[in-house]
Ligand binder design. Structure first.
Ligand SMILES: Cc1cc2nc3c(=O)[nH]c(=O)nc-3n(C[C@H](O)[C@H](O)[C@H](O)COP(=O)(O)O)c2cc1C
Length: 279
């Protein structure tokens, strides 16, 4: 098995600090440190039994007050899968090769129904509930991913399922109070996933108090490492039609470009129509 120093260097692009207490047996940590999103799959099914086990792992995720405000739709019917691929994620050609396609949903409806069933008024149509439901759904998705990767499957989340909200709601029969957070494609990997470099812990992890004083310098050196390892090619650069091809395909340029144009500004109105009128 790869040693910790190598796993750390592959993840961050620099040497690990001297650390005490790293377990000698890295079998639990190595898969997380070496993981990457997988977008190529072998033509091989995932059994219903394994899928049920992975979904049980997803439902084992922590959940706010055990409210369990999320749902998961598994796309099983070939016609539904076909419509999902054609109408919801047409630009994601590789998704067609994934034997598993799922959609993770925040679910405020269930709590509303349970409150009504017990004779109470549900008085939490607010941003806090939306946030709790979104976090619950995301944690369930991540537990599914960790479990799937632990048994050798590869996964890639799909926020693009939110590009066609009405069509998705129609296809999956999403009732009021239910909203998508992301899709997930999964299957047996064709080739190894790439390990992508992450920001240095010094600017993500704060000790005792928030301090981003060294942000610009740390991002510049991160950009240098990304550029040396795997420059962002023109076809993966954001908004080239508007800003042109960047001379240096670096992370911060791509992030700044992506964030310079609003993404899915229609989501708030869609949530309102979906009876998620957040106060
Ligand atoms: C909520 C969420 C939505 C994502 N949506 C997409 C997507 O629509 N298409 C895609 O190719 N990757 C998607 N990804 C994968 C990210 O692009 C990927 O995690 C990121 O680039 C880091 O790469 P890595 O996972 O290989 O380390 C998504 C990831 C998350 C967490």
């Amino acid at each position: 098995m790869t040693d910790f120093a190598t796993l750390y260097r592959n993840r961050f692009g620099f040497e690990a600090p001297d650390l005490d207490g790293i377990p000698a047996d890295l079998s639990a940590l190595a898969p997380l440190l070496a993981r990457g999103s997988q977008r190529r799959f072998r033509d091989e099914p995932v059994s219903e039994g394994l899928l049920a086990a992975l979904l049980a792992c997803a439902q084992s995720a922590p959940t706010k007050s055990n409210l369990q405000q999320y749902s998961i739709v598994v796309l099983s019917d070939p016609e539904t899968r076909k419509r999902f691929l054609e109408r919801i994620v047409p630009q994601v050609r590789w998704a067609a090769t994934a034997p598993l396609l799922l959609v993770f949903l925040g679910d405020v409806r269930r709590g509303r129904r349970i409150a009504a069933h017990r004779g109470y008024e549900h008085r939490n149509d607010n941003v806090d509930t939306f946030m709790n439901a979104a976090v619950d759904a995301a944690l369930a998705m991540q537990c599914f991913i960790a479990a799937a990767e632990a048994v050798g499957l590869g996964c890639c989340p799909l926020s693009v399922v939110r590009n066609h909200l009405d069509a998705l709601a129609d296809l999956l029969a999403l009732p009021p109070g239910v909203f998508p957070i992301a899709g997930l494609a999964a299957g047996w990997p064709e080739g190894a996933a790439e390990v992508s470099l992450r920001l240095p812990p010094e600017i993500v992890v704060h000790r005792d108090r928030y301090d981003d004083g060294g942000l610009e310098a740390a991002v510049e050196s991160y950009d240098d490492r990304v550029f040396a390892a795997r420059p962002i090619p023109p076809e993966k650069q954001r908004h080239v039609d508007r800003y042109g091809v960047a001379e240096r395909g670096v992370w911060s340029e791509n992030v700044a470009r992506q964030l310079s144009l609003p993404e899915r500004p229609e989501f708030r109105d869609w949530l309102r129509r979906q009876e998620l009128n957040l106060k």
